[in-house]
Design a protein around this ligand. Sequence first.
Ligand code: GLP
Length: 270
Amino acid sequence: MRIIIEPDHVAVACRAARLVADFIRGKPSCVLGLPTGSTPLGMYRELIRLHRDEGLDFSEVITFNLDEYIGLAPGHRQSYRYYMQENFLDHVNIRSQNSHVPDGFTRDFEGSCDLYEQAIRDAGGIDLQILGIGSDGHIAFNEPGSSLASRTRIKALASETIRDNARFFESEADVPRLAITVGIGTILEARRCLLLGTGSAKASSICAMVEGPVTAQVPASVLQLHRDVLVLVDQAAGEQLQRRAYYEEVERVRQLLDAGELRQLGIGKP
Ligand code: GLP
């Protein structure tokens, strides 16, 4: 895992957007896995700005969202489809047929989950999976205890998640109890992962994910088994990391290597 600690959530958003933009420029027809929640909002805003001001082109990009509440119509203000349209898709040139969000309004749950997996496969798999993290360590809606090999399916939300997400609804009772979520196995198949974490409410789950054991009780910890993961956090979310000095040193060395400053690394000195 590569860990980058930025000063605050604005810096996380800008860096994440820059990474995604560079990725798209490198592969204009890439397949992106996208998260919802409050954490990625700044990244989406910055991507919209890059599209508007710098011509970042999404015309060939394909997107798959991680999850959707069950029982909310796509036009419901708290559905993730609505969130995506409002906060990102309506403001860039992604073709509507190229953006996918699981169908939470279906009654054929199993069929719809299988179709979603098939659509990801048909698109060639996820090139870059962007993720947030729940305060209980979940990724997408894979709650603690989820199979680490799981595929797209229905999950019951944990009480902690219902509490956390109640802020978007009129009351806790209005938060759907079920969601469709891509599985942990699905996420692990992405070629690259970028996980964003901001704010002190995420500090313990970030620490458990990065420095704790790999366990289904902290679903995000499975990312330790993925070979290309970047964890991008702000100071508050990174504050419980024990080895932060080392992560910062790794970044310093990387920058010197990238700049060809080998002498500063003690390479080539007589
Ligand atoms: C939600 C979503 C996750 C998201 C997480 C964190 O429940 N299903 O995909 O990463 O919770 O949300 P937030 O960024 O609002 O803290």
